[in-house]
Design a protein around this ligand. Structure first.
Ligand code: SF4
Ligand code: SF4
Ligand code: SF4
Ligand code: FES
Length: 590
């Protein structure tokens, strides 16, 4: 491909043929505002440039009309002007047109402060809305346990459609109708809960307005904390350890574990525990399950089960392949029943009074906690007075809001340690937060259990990072164990189609995370979440793994203690009662 030369605001710049005006301007250090455009929707190369908002318009010499820079290729010799009075006025008018039927209640909007539309109005100095349009008055869709849709705030940019259809291949959303009546809605106009939506929240992550947001459950937590009869415990997911700080001005990927523990205590939690502890427990169960399947000709490849968006995706689109999925619950759902059985017994607390709050990167975790079968503690005690295993799931964004609401100076908090019994987590558990991490953690334990030898090198670099599908192998007592890793459901679909076609018979284990980059890119994480931010968060995860004194799940003393004192052995009777689950074939044909 040859190079071309263009002149942007009087500056000459050379770019490869095919470069858009927007990209060429960036190279010339000229910033053109954008709204609907999104580079790399979750994964590099998934571009969204439908050109619907016309905020990025520029003048090109010789062309009668403005052109949208985000999807117009630069041409050799083009003379482009990005900030003439006419261009600035056109951009403003285009923005005002979008605002003319927009429910402008910014002060109470869930996106207040992180809304791209709001920021752009400030940036472009919009001070009045001249075209006064008819207001839409469409019903809010709050049918989903994870996602709330307010179509009255939708600017029809369709980023959510790209995230759902191209990145995740779920295709639950559509653009319907024309002109003023156009609307982005769940396919067929039915409530979101009735679609094949997997609750991943990638649509909420890319929506530039308050039209798609996570369900806010913070009030339930405030009420539980204020109730003196409740013993409220928190668990914090591995990825949150390196993401929450962004909202408080700390560099992306900063390890804020100690500050998060301190903040949760100041919010009034009675005990603060770590989902990393439960991730180590998951590795014990999942690693032994893999060894059991390999030794006993079980269904292979085994696939991981930690990502609830992936589980719903498999139930919807691959019901025939459910036997491949590990029966282990996710760490969140292992933590809940153990808090209401083992911990309750140890601390002599009535399990009816224990209230479990999870801090998760993920909107789908809300859905997972609400699944009817996730009430193992009540079944264990045969007591319907015990509430669900996990009572409330807060996303990272919701915890950030609670910390702000309470006026806590997060960035200056001292580091505090988790409470004992369910608070110790290893480096293996920490890496659950990044794509490839569950697999690497499982291999660290499985190798040592199977061979009885120390793993010579703990780091499985081949399965780390934002690359597409990743692969590794390791020799265990003469068997070459082959593994694959996929992140995002589009890549998961590629692998599962191959499993279905019988092409992956010589593989043993597949890790799938619904979100690009793994949990660090979850639908509940701080916004924005770009590919570059996902990479920095991943670096933060591996830095913390290196720093931790214990880096293998089976060496966690608190995990060794729970097997000795309560569970007996991995895959034993109590484990099956509390830590394993089953799946439900869904989808159009089930
Ligand atoms: S979506 Fe943005 S612009 Fe619209 S009300 Fe909410 S904060 Fe304001
Ligand atoms: S939550 Fe995920 S599956 Fe559901 S509509 Fe949004 S992107 Fe699609
Ligand atoms: S819901 Fe959000 S992302 Fe989807 S079209 Fe509307 S504004 Fe854009
Ligand atoms: S950003 Fe280019 S048309 Fe919207």
């Amino acid at each position: 491909m040859s190079d071309i030369r263009v002149i942007i605001d009087g500056r000459e710049v050379t770019v490869p043929e095919g470069t858009t005006i927007l990209e060429a301007a960036k190279k010339a250090n000229v910033k053109i505002p954008t709204l609907c455009y999104l580079k790399d929707v979750g994964l590099k190369g998934i571009k969204h440039d439908i050109g619907s908002c016309r905020v990025c318009v520029v003048e090109v010499d010789g062309k009668p009309d403005f052109v949208s820079s985000c999807n117009t290729p630069a041409e050799n010799g083009m003379v482009i002007k990005t900030n003439t009075p006419k261009v600035l006025a056109a951009r403003k008018l285009n923005l005002e047109m979008l605002l003319s039927d927009h429910h402008l209640d910014c002060t109470t909007c869930p996106k207040n402060g992180i809304c791209e539309l709001q920021s752009l109005c400030a940036e472009l100095n919009v001070r009045a809305i001249r075209p006064q349009g008819e207001m839409k008055s469409l019903p809010i869709d709050d049918s989903s346990p994870s996602i709330i849709r307010n179509p009255n705030k939708c600017i029809l940019c369709q980023r959510c459609i790209t995230a759902c259809k191209v990145l995740q291949t779920v295709d639950a959303l559509e653009l319907y109708g024309n002109g003023f009546d156009a609307v982005v809605r769940p396919k067929g106009g039915i409530p979101l809960i009735e679609t094949q939506c997997v609750n991943c929240g990638q649509c909420a992550l890319v929506c530039p307005t308050g039209a798609i947001v996570e369900r806010d459950d913070t009030w339930k937590v405030w009420e539980a904390i204020a109730d003196p009869s409740k013993h409220v415990v928190a668990q914090t997911a591995p990825s949150t350890h390196v993401t929450i700080g962004e909202a408080f001005g700390l560099p992306v990927g900063t390890d804020i574990t100690g500050k998060m523990v301190a903040a949760l205590r100041r919010l009034g939690f009675d005990a603060v525990f770590d989902t990393n502890w439960a991730a180590d427990l998951t590795i014990m169960e999942e690693g032994y399950e893999l060894i059991h399947r390999i030794k006993n000709n079980g269904v292979l490849p085994q696939t991981t089960s930690c990502s609830p968006g992936w589980i719903k995706f498999a139930e919807e689109f691959y019901p025939d392949l459910l036997p491949h999925i590990s029966s282990c619950k996710s760490p969140q759902q292992m933590f809940g029943p153990i808090a209401k059985t083992f911990y309750a017994e140890k601390k002599k607390i009535n399990p009816e009074n224990i209230f479990v709050v999870s801090v998760m990167p993920c909107t789908a975790k809300k859905y997972e906690a609400a699944r009817p079968e996730m009430n193992s503690a009540a079944k264990y005690w045969n007591n319907p007075g015990i509430s669900r295993d996990v009572d409330v799931v807060l996303t990272s964004r919701e915890l950030i809001r609670m910390i702000r609401e309470a006026g806590i100076d997060f960035a200056n908090l001292p580091d505090e340690k988790y409470d004992p019994i369910m608070g110790e987590g290893t480096g293996a558990a920490q890496i659950f937060g990044a794509t490839g991490g569950v697999m690497e953690a499982a291999l660290r334990t499985a190798y040592e259990v199977v061979t009885g030898k120390t793993l010579p090198k703990l780091d499985f670099e081949d399965i780390r990072g934002m690359k597409g599908i990743k692969e590794a192998s390791v020799n265990m007592n003469g068997i070459t164990v082959k593994v694959l890793v996929a992140h995002s459901l589009g890549l998961a679909r590629q692998l599962m189609d191959k499993v279905r076609a019988g092409e992956l018979k010589d593989y043993h284990f597949i890790e799938i995370m619904a979100c690009p980059g793994g949990c660090i890119g979850g639908g509940g994480q701080p916004i924005p979440t770009t590919v570059e931010e996902r990479e920095l968060r991943i670096n933060g995860i591996y830095e913390r793994d290196k720093k931790l004194p214990i880096r293998k799940s089976h060496e966690n003393p608190e995990i060794q203690a729970i097997y000795k004192e309560f569970l007996g052995e991995p895959l034993g009777h109590k484990s099956h009662q509390l830590l394993h689950t089953h799946y439900i074939p869904r989808g159009k044909n089930n």
